[in-house]
Design a protein around this ligand. Sequence first.
Ligand code: SF4
Length: 186
Amino acid sequence: MGLLGPVRDDPQSAQRPGFTKENFHIDWDTRTVTCPNGITSPPWKPALGDGHRRLSVLFPRRACRECDDRMKCGGNVDGKGRHILLLPEAQQKIQTHVWRDQKTSNWQQRYAIRAGCEATVSETVHAHGLRHCLYRGLAKTHVQHVLTAAGTNIVRLSECFPPGTTPTSPPRPRTHFQRLCQRLTA
Ligand code: SF4
């Protein structure tokens, strides 16, 4: 089974609603992209994005300016051609595949299993410092992990009750000594 994880939405999608990169058709042979309105871009050019290799796609300005859907196309208000950055081919194919797959109920059911674990792993790493070993050697590191897990459970249990309250618990059974005293004084 492969690693299962979601592709995040465009962080600026709220400001740029409408067609996203996934709505465009990519032709890897001709190095062009076709938009939802059937306009095909000139061949893309290599570029850098955040210091990483990217493919820069720029649609013809004239076609975008005359397009009725330009407001749905990244909020294109300034009349420029739509610009898209693609990942290198292998990564982009994975991203496109996952983007489609993650909308299916089958994918969401599988990811729900991981999502539950992720919250616990994140809590132990960020709140309880599990990223760093305090000891040398696997045996001691294992002890650290077990103690951190136990501590995480205690913290979580303590959050189940309002502050200042204690959970109700059954009375403790009498000890042998108490039972002996009871018998002698009866
Ligand atoms: S704005 Fe340009 S890229 Fe976007 S749909 Fe219209 S023609 Fe295509």
